[in-house]
Design a protein around this ligand. Structure first.
Ligand code: MOS
Length: 712
């Protein structure tokens, strides 16, 4: 079935990944792969208790182990100036090696540095700690009663509170999402090298070289320009590399202590406790409707877990305020502080969790009403933003419903559950929608037309996988009339003109617009030079530059969104269709077919866009059927922090995915008409799967993942 994907993508127009050859041949270098002279190796030692403090630390035998250069703990760690800011809030990011406090199991208590990785790993096993253990709390369910509304988060009420309760038809259900861990293929890694007392270079896995530069500069009180951050290739991230984490600071400290470069690569087990996760979340949805399917009221309450030292909030309940036209909506959001590490945004942060609950509940309502789930969505279609009352900049979700329904074969579906079988398997169809804000921020791009007619574009953005370079080259190629193979896009380097962190599905819009604007300015500059005549292609550009004896023509353009952003409600939309087959005897669930349709404006790079949508669908399927980080609450410790026990979809689990686009431009967000697609690719998928399982089996599983044992 893999061939399905291959054959389809080869028929798609547009540029192949500009860095595809580098990536598949191994020539693309990731952070841990750089060769740095005199490099040493750091390994972190994690706490084996879940709450309390360190009573004694014995590092002697580790220090005397072969090749060991330093063992850094809170007892000997040099001062990190940025850790002692005045007026620092009581809660905040974990500061590494500052005291004996233990907030979660696996919290780093020591960094061992040695001349080889193996020696560091061995010495790390020799670090012995005794603890003053305190009673920990790691279970969400029994602690929901202790949840509190986070600061700056207000309960939302539109119209009448809990209006669903008095509606003619109503449903009220709770939905539970376990902790999900990003687990990108590339492990988080940093190489830190001090070039002088106040100057450092890092090769770091990050979604934002400029934010990492800022964070390291702040922590070590350095001028930002003295911190050089390189991250030209990132092997997946999904939000896990949005922040600067303690292991990055630890490597910088370590390099300072031993006066040599330190490479620190997290182990796969470390990845489960060091770089965030999508938090375990409980949600309750109340929906009320008239008998003809008009929503009367939506109530959405949620409680998500956070750490004991930091509040992590996300917009879990926002989607219920936004997705449907409904006069009465109220939402509440609480945080439950547990002895775990802090969560972090994970693809579709908040919305993916919220959409699972809302879109499952809407499906339940469709059965209560006996109305087709797509028809029910159309009857409650929002033509203006229900939250702000503003018109949408663009919304073609209804087109997406039609397109997806055709492609999945929705007409084969029967509204009566457990009524269709295929070769002895129960067949079912499900639908789920997603939405996410469409953003455009500020970015600066240098565009340099060279004497040979080639074009170089430069900005500090990173690419965590969606194919940013490819999209940027496509945009520039169209603007300049220069073929893509004559354009180079330089990125992932903090010394380049500023770009935002890659996240929030905003990069094609933000950096793409800056590329567009820089090309426009460059074209104008060329036209001026060329007596008022536009350039046509690279040969033409080269000739004119030669005539004027110019080595290059260069502009640096700062670009940001305009006033339109305040006038319109700007969102990207998606709808996911899933067909499942469920074995009635074993409960095994096979995704037979998935169709995801995105309304994300005009498509800048068809091949990478399609790949992005397919990836999001696969991730959402994992959320529905497999992913779950399990804590043994007796010890507060994860039991499946490895790829043998933490399941996620592989090729055989996802046979056939179609990624489709409405492909109509948004007139206001940016000059290209593009909107974001990274998050909406995942938002709504889990509900579509759960809804398909219900349609197939008549069993509504309200706690993810939907594993076979829950169906038999
Ligand atoms: Mo993301 S969760 O926008 O990296």
């Amino acid at each position: 079935m893999e061939s399905e994907i291959v054959s389809k993508s080869s028929s798609i127009d547009g540029l192949s990944r500009v860095d595809g050859r580098l990536k598949v041949t191994g020539a693309a270098k990731y952070s841990a792969e750089y060769t740095v002279k005199g490099v040493t190796y750091g390994v972190l030692v994690g706490s084996t208790v879940t709450k309390g403090s360190i009573k004694t630390l014995d590092t002697k035998s580790a220090e005397h182990a072969p090749g060991v250069l330093a063992v850094i703990t809170y007892l000997n760690c040099p001062n990190v100036p940025g850790y002692h800011l005045e007026n620092a809030p009581p809660k905040g990011p974990l500061k590494i090696f500052i005291d004996d406090k233990i907030y979660f199991n696996g919290q780093p208590i020591a960094l061992v540095i040695a001349d080889t990785f193996e020696r560091a790993l061995f010495a790390a096993s020799l670090v012995k700690a005794e603890y003053n253990k305190e009673q920990h709390q790691t279970e969400l369910k029994s602690n929901i009663v202790n949840g509190v509304a986070p600061k700056n988060s207000k309960d939302y009420v539109r119209g009448q509170e809990d209006a669903y309760k008095s509606a003619p038809i109503k449903i009220e259900q709770a939905y539970i999402l376990p902790t999900e861990v990003h687990n990108p293929m590339e492990l988080h890694a940093i190489i830190a090298r001090w070039d002088a007392d106040d100057k450092i270079t890092v090769w770091d896995k990050t979604q934002g070289v400029k934010s990492t530069q800022r964070n390291i500069a702040q922590a070590f009180k350095l001028p930002p320009e003295n911190v050089q951050v390189n991250s030209p290739f990132v092997g997946g991230a999904f939000g896990a590399a949005l922040r600067t984490w303690p292991h990055e600071i630890a490597a910088v400290i370590g390099a300072k202590v031993i006066k040599r470069p330190v490479k620190l690569v997290l182990s796969r087990a470390d990845m489960f406790t060091s770089v965030g996760y999508r938090p375990h979340t409980w949600q309750k949805i109340g929906l009320g409707a008239t008998a003809d399917g008009k929503l009367v009221g939506i109530t959405h309450e949620a409680a998500g877990q956070t750490s004991a030292y930091e509040d992590f909030t996300e917009g879990v309940v926002n989607i219920s305020q936004l997705l449907y036209a409904c006069p009465n909506v109220n939402t509440k959001y609480k945080l439950v502080s547990l002895n775990v590490n802090t969560p972090t945004p994970m693809r579709g942060p908040g919305e993916a969790t919220g959409a699972y609950a809302l879109e499952s509940a809407l499906d339940e309502l469709s059965y209560a009403l006996n109305i087709d789930p797509i028809e029910l969505r159309l009857r409650n279609y929002a033509d203006t933003d229900p939250l702000s009352g503003k018109p949408y900049s663009s919304k073609y979700l209804n087109d997406a419903y039609k397109l997806g329904a055709d492609h999945i074969g929705w007409s084969e579906r029967n509204q009566k559950p457990r009524s269709v079988t295929e070769k002895g398997w129960l067949a079912g169809y499900g639908v789920g929608s997603g939405m996410f804000g469409a953003y455009r921020g500020a970015a600066t791009v240098t565009a340099r037309l060279m004497a040979d007619g080639t074009l170089i574009l430069q900005t500090a953005v990173t690419d965590i996988g969606p194919g940013t370079g490819t999209a940027m080259v496509s945009i520039a190629s169209e603007q300049m009339g220069i073929s893509a193979d004559k354009i180079r896009f330089d990125m992932g380097d903090s010394s380049l003109p500023p770009s935002p962190t890659q996240g929030g599905s905003a990069i094609t819009s933000t950096v793409g617009a800056a590329v567009y604007d820089a090309c426009t300015e460059l074209k104008n500059k060329f036209k001026e030079l060329n007596g008022g005549t536009d350039g046509t292609d690279n040969t033409d550009y080269a000739q004119v530059l030669k005539q004027h004896n110019l080595q290059q023509l260069e502009v640096t353009t700062a670009s940001k969104g305009g006033a339109e952003q305040g006038k319109y409600a700007m969102y990207s939309w998606s709808v996911h269709f899933i067909k499942v087959l469920v074995n009635p005897a074993t409960g095994v669930i096979k995704i037979d077919k998935a169709v995801s349709v995105a309304d994300c404006g005009k498509i800048m790079s068809p091949k990478t866009a399609r790949s992005q949508i397919i990836g999001g669908t696969i991730m959402g399927s994992g959320m529905a059927l497999m992913e779950e980080a399990v804590i043994d609450h007796r010890y507060g410790r994860l039991v499946n922090n490895n790829f043998a026990d933490y399941h996620m979809p592989v090729n055989a689990d996802i046979p056939q995915v179609e990624g489709l686009f409405v492909n109509k431009p948004d007139p206001y967000l940016n000059p290209m008409g593009a909107k974001g697609m990274g998050e909406i690719a995942t938002i709504g998928v889990a509900a579509a799967v759960a809804n398909a399982v219900y349609n197939a089996t008549g069993k509504r599983i309200r706690e993810l993942p939907i594993t076979p044992d829950k169906l038999i």
